[in-house]
Design a protein around this ligand. Structure first.
Ligand code: ZN
Ligand code: FE
Length: 255
């Protein structure tokens, strides 16, 4: 039976994700932005909570951890590199590690840049990756702790996953990201049609997360930094991919 993945809006614009295996009755959660919304989502479905997988140390991704641990007795997984600033971890993981969840392999990817020690969780059998504030819908996280080349490397690893992979990112920033993307590639027809779909989804009160990696590859200006089209548009045809990424990221910081 395939895993069921449910997007749970939290706080003002965060997303957390419940991952459920009905056959075994096991439930995992990616990030705990707050306890109340997640507790309500679990109760509504009559689900317990066995595991919490943390992506990075920011408060808007961990604040609900202790309340959920107390209420559900879930184990907590997070980056070994960040153990000193994460809630107490039952399982410490790093790049390339794998663990099992309800018979599925979960792969840990270091995607440092937004923070150093930010990890993504990839479940190949579910064609799902949980990227939080690394790769986002039409965007990427601001580079607070890592370097721009490091963020480019992290995005490149995610971009190399199968194109049908579903990208579960941590925030509803997509409309603003679309406005910025249009300043980089105003004539990209895929971007124009995706922007219309995003506006329609938001007008209907629907989330724009998760998204499909193939759509990100076609429209996300940060993933497209290495393309000849984007390099030409920025007058950077001779620049390296990482240099073009750095230019786009710094433009977004000022946008
Ligand atoms: Zn963050
Ligand atoms: Fe965040």
């Amino acid at each position: 039976m395939p895993l069921e993945i449910v997007t749970i809006p939290c706080r003002s614009d965060n997303y957390a994700f419940l991952i459920r295996d009905d056959a075994s009755g096991r439930t995992a959660l990616v990030d705990a932005p707050e306890a109340a919304a997640l507790d309500a989502a679990l109760r509504e479905r009559g689900w317990g909570l066995d595991e919490l997988w943390i992506t990075h140390h920011h408060g808007d991704h961990v604040e609900g951890t202790e309340a959920l641990r107390r209420a559900y007795g879930c184990s907590v997984t997070g980056a070994a590199a960040d153990a000193h600033r994460l809630p107490a971890l039952d399982r410490r993981v790093g790049d390339g590690d794998t663990f099992g969840f309800a018979g599925n392999e979960v792969r840990v990817m270091d995607v440092s840049g937004h923070t150093v020690g930010h990890v993504a969780y990839y479940i190949p059998a579910a064609k799902a990756v949980f990227t939080a504030d690394s790769l986002m819908a039409l965007g990427c996280g601001r580079v607070f702790e890592g370097t721009l080349p490091q963020m480019w490397e992290s995005l490149s690893k995610l971009a190399a996953l199968p194109p049908e992979t579903v990208v579960h990112s941590g925030h509803e920033y997509t409309e603003a990201n679309a406005r910025f993307a249009a300043t980089i590639e105003p004539g990209n027809p895929d971007l124009i049609s995706r922007t219309e779909a995003i506006a329609a989804a938001r007008a209907a009160g629907k989330p724009t997360v998760p998204s499909i990696l193939s759509d990100e590859l076609a429209t996300n200006p940060f993933l497209r930094a290495g393309t000849p089209e984007v390099k030409a548009l920025l007058g950077m045809s001779e620049a390296t991919d990482a240099e073009v990424f750095a230019e786009i990221r710094s433009r977004k910081d000022r946008f």
